[in-house]
Design a protein around this ligand. Structure first.
Ligand SMILES: [Zn+2]
Length: 387
């Protein structure tokens, strides 16, 4: 069955196509063209979105939950409900992200998440985002920059513990946030990179030379830049100095207007540029829910007026990716296409999934969104099927 989607504009997102034609067969994109170059094939079902914009579905590589569900506690059968919630905000693929917790509990959570990843199914009654891989945020974090990760569950990195986590997750670990300055870190960075894990430096008090050494060992990304990092000093640039000045590194940011001031968001975008800036939500189970007390792994979080805290420290967010994208257009000179790129192609590239995700191109999965020109998500399509 061939479906032809049309609209007024399409973001690939590296380019913009006017009067686009997006052809989908069996959940995969078979062609992206302009209608002036290609006609709707005979026999194809035509779905016209009028004056809307088509773009890849958002990829959130750092999220802990939403709609009342915490990814470390949810059962595999619960996750479609979270996936459904995510699609209402334009997310079609995500990395469930752990926090530091007792090792046994973490391994049990990783097994459940591996089940959810392997068991994801295109469900015709419930269009839901795909869990694409697991992001381990910890347990190899700095005590000094742990944020709300409980100190009793932080562990010094060893190959043995990394391997235990890797096997519990049945190889689905695709991202690892760790502090490079802890003893044993460089060996784990090198081994994780060898297994194609995107090693991301973060929750770290590293000085600049140590951060550079981590990059040499295989780290290629940075986690929620500025938050839970040794701050930038112009004579002691530290990890932030390396993240902002190294063009080989991509880096992510929480653009909720709370974690990072709008002027610093602008600085970050200028430093990392259109190809390496990545948006994440760091969203917790409270996302899409009323104010109150929520669980983030083993951590209790209070949510008030959109701010998540635990004992006075910021504890994730209730940010949604569509709002992060709109915030970028408000806080900087970036247009909607550039902001969308930071939530689609850039994260997919950072984690090595851009052949099929985060891009509208032949051979990629037909996971896309329909937006109005203000960036409001009107409809989300996963595997060629919409909700
Ligand atoms: Zn997080």
């Amino acid at each position: 069955m061939k479906i032809a989607f049309t609209a007024t504009r399409l973001y690939t997102p590296a380019e913009e196509i006017a009067q686009p034609l997006l052809l989908v067969e069996d959940g995969v994109i078979s062609e992206v063209a302009s209608r002036s170059a290609k006609e709707v094939p005979a026999g194809a079902q035509l779905i016209d979105f009028g004056d809307a914009v088509l773009a890849p579905g958002f990829i959130d590589i750092h999220m802990h939950g939403g709609a009342g569900l915490d990814v470390m506690r949810a059962s595999p059968s619960d996750l479609p409900r979270l996936g459904r919630f995510l699609t209402t905000h334009g997310v079609t693929g995500y990395f469930p992200t752990t926090v530091a917790a007792p090792l046994d509990a973490t391994c049990a959570a990783l097994e459940r998440l591996a089940d959810a990843i392997e068991g994801w199914d295109r469900n015709h009654n419930l269009v839901h985002a795909r869990p694409l891989g697991i992001h381990l945020e910890g347990p190899f974090l700095s005590h000094k920059r742990r944020g709300v990760h409980p100190p009793e569950y932080l562990i010094a990195p060893t190959l043995e513990i990394f391997d235990r986590l890797w096997h519990a997750a049945r190889g689905h670990v695709r991202m690892l946030t760790m502090a490079p300055e802890i003893s044993g870190a460089m060996e784990v960075i090198a081994e994780a990179a060898r297994r194609n894990v995107c090693v991301s430096i973060g929750h770290s008090d590293a000085e600049m030379p140590v951060a550079q050494q981590a990059v040499k060992a295989g780290a290629r990304h940075a986690t929620h830049t500025f938050n839970a990092m040794r701050p930038l000093d112009h004579r002691d640039p530290g990890i932030v100095g390396e993240v902002l000045s190294d063009d080989g590194l991509s880096a992510d940011l929480i653009v909720d207007g709370i974690h990072v001031a709008p002027a610093v968001v602008k600085l970050f975008l200028q430093a990392k540029g259109h190809e390496r800036a990545v948006l994440i939500t760091d969203a917790i189970s409270a996302t899409g829910m009323p104010d109150g007390r929520y669980q983030l792994g083993p951590i209790e979080v209070d949510v008030k007026d959109g701010k998540c805290t635990s004992q006075g420290s910021l504890a994730g967010s209730v940010l949604t990716m569509d709002r992060a994208v709109r915030n970028v257009t408000k806080f900087s000179q970036w247009n909607l296409r550039e902001a969308v790129r930071a939530a689609t192609l850039n994260p997919a590239r950072a984690v090595g999934l851009a052949d099929q995700y985060g891009i509208l191109a032949k051979g990629a999965l037909a996971d896309f969104i329909v937006m109005n020109p203000a960036g409001d998500v009107l409809k989300t399509i996963v595997g060629g099927e919409g909700s």
